[in-house]
Design a protein around this ligand. Structure first.
Ligand SMILES: Cc1ncc(C[n+]2csc(CCOP(=O)(O)OP(=O)(O)O)c2C)c(N)n1
Ligand SMILES: CC(=O)[C@@H](O)[C@H](O)COP(=O)(O)O
Ligand SMILES: [Mg+2]
Length: 630
């Protein structure tokens, strides 16, 4: 039996010798590599923090002491040590273990996560709660170097340093975000890693002062002052110290002895302290040194190569279509710039960045800043395309309103992963962008039915000068294989497209739901129900001419969208239709006001009725409701 198999909780970890802890680290790595080859998931981050996780659970009295992992994608080793080893095969699956952290999953998951940079604020809140209630436990935030580039992390540090509370921040520095890390903070951390001189000098000064013989004791204050000024040149963590933290590090994050000793030393202090740990992302992955590609891997991959087994050929993903079209558009337009928030690979913008490095801006995990930065670019006549996942753009909402929309600046928002995202689960769902964008004044809101239309809308967005413009597309394959960007004209502004003409019920469908509605219409036609299907590619402004024509000869209108029904397109159009044609019956079909958990995307769509049978059932019900009323 491996040591890992004997671990039922962190109490078992605390009973192990140092040698056994080292063996446990190897067991954890082996198990992660093996299980993730079947489940897929965020393998790289977890492999980098194996020793760190073991040391934290060995030193701190979890779950009384609160470990707050940032993002949670690196928490697989934490899951293995906290009673979830036997369920690891269910990782990221329906009703299985979450790929992130969830308070409902384990008492060791002290704070839910999935989005970056929340850990310091959450841990500080816990520390403050402890102090209010007179409790005694340690609050430890573990945050990566990429996430430390986020504004939210600074807000937490700033508040924590000032508060003087008992809180520990562990900075897990692997010089990587998903892609190689960027930004001035990254440069600063790298300079710390490369400059161990101060550590040696500082401890030497301390020894000299403390051991000074009697006649020289008076100089100690002077020497201390000198130390303070030297420190500002040489101290590795002067920035953190100036923010009110005691800085410890840099420490080798794969050396269990060093980690355990450091955590033992800082554990019982009671002011803000930061432990800077250097780790290697993806450490021990058989396919080789870590790169962006090992951040997350698909289920069914070969750990020896990292390659997916049994890949089925199919149409390209929307992301790939977008990335290619964007790069081609970049050749046409020298004024086009692209902004990503630490996700060049995920958003398909790497190729644009390689082709036009001076027009490509990776702002780090700083979505709000990215939006305002793009708004600044727009004031100078540059045409910025902010490419961010729908879920992460939520971080930039105030900036969208305050900086882009109120000033009517022509910023394009390309929202990838809009809709249901599958196995990442509830933290990553792109279900809210229609609702949050429709309510922004001056915003054009669009959703394509396929890859070609996505590129047509992208072109329309870049040509639109009268305010911000957004387009949303899913984590899915495009239903078509688009031609080159040069062959795709701009999708005419504010227009809908009637794809099928019926008489009794009209379906106003959005984006991914257009083709699904057409399938539903075929099935209904076989039953004798003749349905009109409209591609509502512009959600706002809507196509008033087409809408009026529909209302003049249909008694029922069903709106269908892959987004929340609360304040979505259906709600928006219902209000308009009731004003224009009060006799027309309407219904809204979308994602109900509920949390959607991890499952394959296709399954999520089907279980919410966002497939052809689900839409057909809704049409029948709408039609029958009138029959009953009549
Ligand atoms: C607000 C937000 N933006 C983007 C992401 C996507 N994302 C997940 S992990 C990650 C990189 C995090 O880097 P770091 O904190 O250094 O952790 P590491 O993966 O290196 O362990 C990014 C950009 C996210 N989860 N949340
Ligand atoms: C941890 C995180 O937030 C990202 O890694 C995210 O899981 C990426 O999602 P995609 O797999 O859709 O790119
Ligand atoms: Mg990192």
């Amino acid at each position: 039996m491996s040591i890992l198999e004997s671990i039922n909780s962190p109490a078992d970890v605390r009973a192990l010798s140092r040698d056994e802890l080292r063996t446990l680290a190897q067991d954890v790595r082996d198990r992660l590599i093996d299980v993730c080859s079947r489940t897929g998931g965020h393998i790289g981050a977890g492999l980098g923090v194996v020793e760190l996780t073991i040391a934290l659970h060995a030193v701190f009295d979890t779950p009384t002491d609160q470990l707050v992992w940032d993002v949670g994608h690196q928490a697989y080793p934490h899951k293995l040590l906290t009673g979830r080893n036997s369920r690891m095969e269910t990782l990221r699956q329906e009703d299985g273990l979450s790929g992130f952290l969830k308070r409902t999953e384990s008492e060791y998951d002290t704070f839910g996560a999935g989005h970056a940079a929340t850990a310091i604020s959450a841990a500080l809140g816990m520390a403050a709660g402890r102090d209010v209630l007179g409790e005694a436990f340690k609050a430890v935030a573990i945050i990566g170097d990429g996430s430390l580039g986020s504004g939210l992390a600074y807000e937490g540090l700033n508040n924590a340093g000032h508060s003087d509370r008992d809180i520990i921040v562990v900075l897990n520095d692997n010089e990587m975000s998903i892609a190689p890390n960027v930004g001035a903070m990254h440069k600063y951390l790298t300079s710390i890693q490369r400059n161990p001189l101060y550590n040696r000098l500082r401890s030497r000064i301390g020894e000299l002062v403390d051991n000074a013989p009697a006649p020289f004791t008076g100089v100690s204050t002077l020497v201390r002052k000198w130390e303070e000024s030297v420190k500002s040149f040489l101290t590795p963590g002067v920035l953190f110290e100036e923010l009110g933290f005691r800085y410890f590090g840099p420490i080798d994050g794969h050396d269990i002895d060093a980690l355990v000793e450091t955590f033992n030393a800082v554990r019982d202090m009671n002011t803000p302290r930061l432990v800077h740990v250097i780790t290697q992302k993806g450490r021990g992955f058989p396919a080789g040194e870590h790169g962006e590609k090992w951040h997350a891997l698909p289920p069914g991959h070969d750990p020896a190569t990292g390659k997916q087994l049994n890949v089925s050929a199919g149409n390209p993903a929307y992301t790939a279509v977008y990335g290619k079209g964007l790069t081609e558009l970049g050749a046409e337009r020298q004024d086009l710039a692209v902004i990503t928030a630490a996700m060049p690979g995920g958003t398909g913008t790497t190729a644009f960045g390689k082709a036009y490095p001076n027009r490509f801006f990776d702002v780090g995990i700083a979505e709000g800043h990215g939006v305002t930065f793009a708004s600044g670019l727009a004031t100078r006549g540059v045409r910025p395309v902010v490419t961010i996942y729908s879920t992460f753009l939520q971080r930039g909402y105030d900036n969208i309103i305050h900086d882009a929309a109120l000033q009517k600046l022509p910023v394009v928002f390309a929202m990838d992963r809009a809709g249901l995202v599958g196995e990442d689960g509830e933290t990553h769902m792109g279900l809210y962008d229609i609702a949050y964008m429709l309510s922004v004044p001056n915003m054009t809101v669009t959703a394509p039915r396929n890859g070609t239309e996505m590129l047509g809308l992208l072109r329309a967005g870049v040509e639109h000068l009268d305010g911000p413009f957004c387009l949303r597309y899913p984590r899915d394959a495009s239903p078509d294989v688009p031609p080159a960007m040069s062959e795709i004209p701009a999708t005419p502004y504010g227009t809908w497209e009637v794809l099928r003409r019926g008489r009794e019920v009209a379906i106003l469908a959005v984006g991914t739901m257009v083709d699904t509605a057409l399938k539903a219409a075929d099935d209904l036609a076989a039953e004798g129900l003749d349905v009109t299907v409209v591609n509502c590619r512009y959600l706002k402004p809507y196509d008033a001419v087409t809408l009026n024509a529909i209302l003049s000869n249909h008694g029922h209108v069903l709106m269908v969208e892959e987004g929340t029904v609360v304040n979505g397109f259906g709600a928006y159009m219902s209000a308009i239709i009731h004003r224009l044609a009060p006799a027309v019956r309407t219904a809204v079909h979308g994602v109900p006001d509920q949390i959607v958990y991890a499952a394959p995307r296709k399954k999520q769509l089907a279980s919410l009725g966002l497939d052809a049978p689900g839409i057909a059932a809704r049409v029948r019900a709408l039609h029958a409701s009138e029959a009953m009323a009549d």
